[in-house]
Design a protein around this ligand. Structure first.
Ligand code: HEM
Length: 125
């Protein structure tokens, strides 16, 4: 069997692009998450496209543009609780389902994202 990266399995550039396009409207509409995001979501969406591309094994777009990801540090100005972390993961799970991602692949993607999502928690409930 061909050994694909998760990036390739998720549909490469088009697949990640579609995922972030579906994900952010869900995030912005979430009553807990929405207020933490800027009114113009497009720059965040584009950065997330670049980050997830490299996170899942595609080209290092984010690092080329912004340097070391230091993602926990980049979330430090957000009072990030367990509740917010779970809300973010729930939105991602919904986005994966809405894009029609294969359920087994979605499970792996969620497993990979839940580690950083919990690592970014910086505020007690
Ligand atoms: C755990 C729950 C999370 C919350 C509440 C959250 C919230 C946010 C917010 C509010 C921003 C915008 C910051 C700003 O414009 O000032 C942001 C940016 C970002 N987030 Fe998250 N995030 C979470 C998890 C994650 C995870 C798991 C990843 C990836 C593994 C991620 C990747 C990013 C990226 C790449 C950016 C853009 C960073 C930059 O400014 O260069 N986030 N996040």
């Amino acid at each position: 069997m061909v050994n694909l990266t998760l990036y390739e399995a998720m549909g490469g550039e088009a697949g990640i692009r579609r995922l972030v396009e579906v994900f952010y409207p869900i995030v912005v509409a979430d009553p807990d998450l929405g207020p933490h995001f800027p009114a113009d979501i497009r720059p965040v969406q584009e950065k997330q496209f670049m980050f997830l591309t490299q996170f899942f094994g595609g080209p290092a777009l984010y690092t080329e543009e912004y340097g070391h990801p230091m993602m926990r540090a980049r979330h430090m100005h957000i009072p990030l609780t367990l509740k917010l972390s779970q809300a973010w993961l729930r939105c991602m799970s919904q986005a994966l389902a809405e894009t029609g991602m294969d359920p087994e692949l979605s499970r792996i993607v969620m497993e990979r994202l839940s580690a950083p999502a919990h690592h970014f928690i910086n505020t007690p409930e």
